[in-house]
Design a protein around this ligand. Sequence first.
Ligand code: G16
Length: 542
Amino acid sequence: MTMTITTTPFADQKPGTSGLRKKVRVFQQTHYAENFVQSVFDVLADYVGQTLVVGGDGRFLNRDVIQTIIRMAAANGFGRVLVGLGGILSTPAASNVIRKQGAFGGLILSASHNPGGPDEDFGIKYNIGNGGPAPEKMTDAIYARSKVIDRYFTVQGPDVDLDRLGETQMAGMTVSVIDPVADYAKLMEQLFDFGAIRALIADGFSISFDAMHAVTGPYALEILERRLGAPAGTVVNGTPLPDFGGLNPDPNMVHAHDLFERMFGPDAPDFGAASDGDGDRNLILGRNIFVTPSDSLAALAANAHLAPGYAQGLKGIARSMPTSGAADRVAHALGLPLYETPTGWKFFGNLLDAGLVTICGEESAGTGSDHVREKDGLWAVLLWLNILAVRRESVEAIMAAHWARFGRNYYARHDYEGVDIVAAERLVSELRAALPRLPVRTTHGLTVAEADEFEYLDPVDGSRSQGQGLRLRFEGGARIVFRLSGTGTSGATLRIYLERYEGPEGVLDLETAAALADLAAVADAIAGIVRYTGRDGPTVIM
Ligand code: G16
């Protein structure tokens, strides 16, 4: 029987760049998760009798919140819930299930690359029927609802056994526990030439994939080791753990340090990769080379036609504004349209649905295509492997040839994490106020040619998103972007994106830090980073 539970609103349920992310302790407050889930259901229309997909990255609280959602879905009138075995569904796999099963939408439980455990992070995100994150107008409506919510609906009943495949009933709703990997693996087999990759591996090509004790473990073991024949041990840290083994499931130089050491050490494998908590991010390494996400997007776009799923060519390319212009050079050379969106995968959804673009990417280690409506870590790894299997060159050689053709966008992101929120906001507002004065200012021999704040007009639905990052363009094409992260859970994270272009005839083999040292100094001189943050350097460089 449906129960109506009286509740009071929480003031802090505003979804960020990707859903609601908070400390576990925040989610453990009485009614906190329920309020947010009911706020989502309250802004949906015509879902009675429809299917809801539910799953997460296996982090602490995943199973508890899944049981809560199943009860609430039954009380709210959903006809069926599809939930991954063990509560597991990677973000791209959830997107695929929503699309393939014609579901109304899905709730994905993850805080992505943020750490997990009782004192760490949790998150809930709603995805719509196209499989992609809810657009901004819906997340705004969810937030508005969360501020006035006074009741939620649930039913009583035993927990669903998440560890057994099959169907059960709950208050008239069917709950199906599904294999989280099968459909996804099948989709990958349709997009990529598994035979060619299998042959590459059989010829001795070695891979190291770090699943970081997060959700991609079961997917990578099935695809890389079982279907593609990579030797046992190719996938490391392959068992999802509620606290990710005490590590941050963030595939970058700091948190995937072991993989970096392996790839830059003696006897390095030919190819190294990692994914994050919920399986949508990717890290790509070759022997002695780190491919920046911006460069990876460009290289994948330039070579995608080598994989069967993209043999017809691309319709267009999209990248988030802070992502480097490397993909723009490829789009230009291939005669493809290039779209520049705000940070957040949700902004790619309309472009993909309208058939305007095939491949999208972000500097934040995200790449994907129109096969789902989320970025997809293993997809990027498999597209790289497919390209390597056809070209039979090293990652280093492929990137050298890429830069020799398109030029090189030296690029880095400097993150200042856990900064005092007031100080970070003051830095941004002072810089915003200074924008009109900046084009005349010259520092470190660099002249600011243009300074503005990015806003986006969605070409499909005409919606406008403002305040999407402060941009400084320099004469000669260099660029600095400043923005505050929308995914952190403690304090503010200031992100500074540095970029400088060298044409094909220029110097293409500089160390990135050296190539960008002047720009980093200019960023501080203009914005007073040290002064405002009290830090003498970034916490993480990506
Ligand atoms: C999310 C979004 C991405 C975004 C990233 C970083 O990724 O889906 O689109 O680029 O956060 O956002 P921010 O710079 O605001 O922290 P994920 O992998 O965390 O879900």
